[in-house]
Structures are given as C-alpha cells and as structure tokens.
Design a protein around this ligand. Structure first.
Ligand SMILES: *Cc1c(COP(=O)(O)O)cnc(C)c1O
Length: 400
C-alpha cells in the first residue's frame, strides 16, 4: 500500500466529497450543477412504462412530489454528510422535518423524551400537538448521562429526541452515550444536528437512528431559503419515507438547487464562521460586564468536555450573559448596532443578534440579560467594535 500520501484510491477528504457528491452523470448530463427539473406531471410512452415507474417511485421519475434528479442530487449529497445513513428525505422547513420524523415513530400511546434545551417549536410540537394526539412526553435535563436517561425509559417509550448543543443555552449532550442507552432499550433516537450542520459532528456515526438538520441555516447559508432534511439508518429509512410521502412532504426543484449551491461551499463558510465566532467569543469572555459566554468550545459552556471529545470543530452561533439586566437593556444594546442585525434565523453570511429568553421547563431562567449571536462572514474586528460599543451603552456609570 502506498504510504507517500499520493494513493489515488484513498477515501476523499470531506471537503473533496462536498465538491463531488450528488453529481451522477445520469442526473447532470455533464453539466456541473444538476439542472433544475421543475415537474409535477411526468408523461409515459406506454402503460407498461407507467406501471414500471409506479413500482419504483423513488429511483425514477414518477410524479413531481416524489422528486426529480435535482432533488435526488441534493438528498444524495446530504446523505454523504452522515456516514452510515442509508438516505435522506427533504422537507419544506426544519420544523416539517422534525414533525414528520417524530410522527414516523410515534403512535397514540407512545412516549417521547425531549431535552429541556430543545428548539422551542420542537418543544411545542411534542408538548402541544403530539400530546393532543395521544403521544405522551417528558422533558429531561440535557446534561443527563446514559444511566440517567435509561431511568426515564418506560414501557411505550418510542423516541428519544436529542439536540446538541441546545438552542439558546448551548448545553452539549452526551450523544454517543445517550444513543447507545436508547439503542439497547429499543428506543429510536432523533438528533437535531443543525448547529453542527452534519459537518463538525456526525450523528448517525455516533449511534443515532435519524439525524435532522435545518438546511435553512448553514447549508442554505444565504438567508433566502427554508428547507429541512432527515437522514436515517437503513432500518429507519423505509418508515420515514412512508410517513413523509403520506404527509405530502416535498420541496421545489428551485429550492433544492439553491440548497445544493450552498452545500458546495459549506466547508469554507463554516471554517470562517467558526474562526470568527471563536475570536468574538474569546473577546467577550474578557469583558468585565460579560458574566458567561455559552460557546461549546469554551470551558464556560456546560458540556464543554463532551464537545472536545465528540466534535471536530464548531460553527458560528453562541450566546453570552451580562451582569446587568432591566426592561430596556435589550433595546439599548441591540437597536443602535451597525453590523449585527436583529433576526431569528442564523447560519447566513450576515451577523445576527437576538435577545435570548429561553423557555425552560426544568431549569430556572438565568439572571442577567442574555443574547444569542450568529457570527457571519464579516471581518470579526468590525463585529467586536460593534459589541464593544453596545457594552459601553449598557455599562453602569462609574461610581467614583
Ligand atoms: C431553525 C431551527 C430549526 C427549524 O428550522 P426551520 O427550517 O426554520 O423550520 C430546527 N432546529 C434548530 C436547532 C433550529 O435552529
């Protein structure tokens, strides 16, 4: 075996795979990016051909809702981000992806476990819609270890939801440990891997059965697209696909092409988001008015040791807490900012800030004002200057 590093048959690095994934010649006809196939109806040359297509609707053109080569290329490219996944389904939003994956494994009478750090719409689906439809749910502490989660399993527990790091509070979960405990108890796991974009953390390889990500965030990357994806193991893929089809879940070919365009630059963009976010987070950690920086790569973040064990890098979203609070602090901090804009979503090229008021069921809300930032592709020195001015605006006047 060659040892000089020039073996042409060695597996491609992840960056190289980003450039190549999903570009099958029968889908692209040699065009670099798969063409946008806009389709509802597909017409057939014969009844025999029509019947053959109906027997294999996921591997050939059948009807628009079941996808076209544009969709297949994106789905195959996303599957390549999660080693061990057998396939990926596309959804019109991240929320639609989560809701469908949950319904794929739960029935009336099922029991679901959801971390207290879950994205709020996920929690309201599980604790509202799903409960209304006879699916029981309990909220658990995201920092629980494998033994702790195993004590919460009961007959009927069908699904363990994971999200790491948590929305707004950034707790890093023991995903490999919790997934192993679930698997040995026959409980299916679904990980929301949006923060890591299935790039700096691989959920299926860590033992999860289904991995969801909001493509709206880092894969889209330009704040002009809503889409979600769920990748699944060979065992879970058929029931996920059946549920997605039953619920009529599909995305437009134009949006699929846009998501695939974002996918090609995911590696370079995330490297820049991550480096800038770390620079900003480290600067914030040194400011006297900042009491805590919740960035998984900093020791001040709950679960930091797991982050160091399991992640190969970070992304650009984190939060920080201030020593001051009050009804007007958020407006005084954020309204005059130049580079950070007020906005909810994240993962785009532009920096965003949002006053973070996490809804928590188990933990009391933290003291002090808290903000979540998404660090974009701007020069971090400009972002730090914007934050320095904001901290000055809310600093108490010197007392001597
Ligand atoms: C934004 C987000 C979602 C939902 O994604 P949409 O595409 O906006 O529906 C789900 N989970 C996490 C962690 C998110 O940040």
């Amino acid at each position: 075996m060659p040892t000089d590093g020039h073996d042409p048959h060695r597996p491609p690095s992840p960056e190289t795979a980003l450039a190549a994934a999903g570009r099958r010649p029968e889908w692209t006809h040699g065009i670099v990016s798969p063409p946008v196939y806009r389709a509802s109806t597909v017409v057939y040359a014969s009844v025999a051909e029509m019947e053959a297509a109906a027997r294999a609707p996921d591997t050939r053109l059948y009807y628009g809702r079941r996808g076209t080569p544009t969709h297949w290329a994106l789905a195959e490219a996303l599957t390549a981000l999660e080693p061990g996944a057998a396939g990926t389904l596309l959804f019109p939003s991240g929320v639609a992806a989560l809701a469908t994956a949950i319904l794929a494994v739960c029935r009336p009478g099922s029991h679901v476990l959801i971390p207290d750090s879950a994205y709020e719409p996920t929690a309201s689906f599980v604790l509202g819609f799903a409960r209304d439809h006879g699916i029981a749910a309990d909220v658990y502490d995201p920092l629980l270890d494998a033994a702790g989660i195993a004590r919460l399993f009961r007959p009927g527990t069908a699904l363990l939801l994971l999200e790491s790091p948590g929305s707004m509070t950034f707790e890093v979960q023991d995903v490999p440990g919790l997934a192993a405990a679930a698997r040995s108890a026959g409980v299916t796991t679904l990980l929301d891997n949006s923060w890591a974009a299935s790039w700096v953390f691989k959920g299926i390889a860590a033992g999860c059965d289904m991995v969801m990500q909001s493509l709206t965030k880092y894969v889209g990357g330009h704040s002009d697209l809503l889409m979600g994806a769920v990748s699944a193991t060979p065992a879970l893929l058929p029931q996920l696909r059946r549920t997605a089809h039953a619920l009529g879940q599909c995305v437009s070919a134009d949006d699929a092409a846009l998501a695939l365009r974002g996918y090609r630059t995911l590696g370079v963009r995330l490297a820049r988001h991550a480096a800038s976010a770390l620079a900003v987070a480290r600067w914030l950690a040194e400011q006297p008015l900042v009491t805590r920086v919740l960035h998984p790569a900093l020791p001040s973040c709950p679960g930091h040791a797991r982050f160091r064990r399991d992640f190969t890098g970070s992304s650009g979203v984190f939060a920080f807490e201030l020593a001051v609070d009050g009804p007007d602090i958020a407006a005084r901090f954020c309204d005059p900012m130049h580079h950070f804009r007020l906005g909810y979503s994240w993962g785009g090229f532009e920096s965003l800030i949002v006053p973070a008021r996490p809804h928590r069921r188990l933990a009391p809300p933290p003291a002090g004002a808290r903000f979540r930032v998404s660090i974009g592709l701007e020069d971090p020195a400009d972002l730090i200057a914007d934050l320095a001015a904001a901290l000055d605006r809310v600093s108490p006047p010197a007392s001597a």
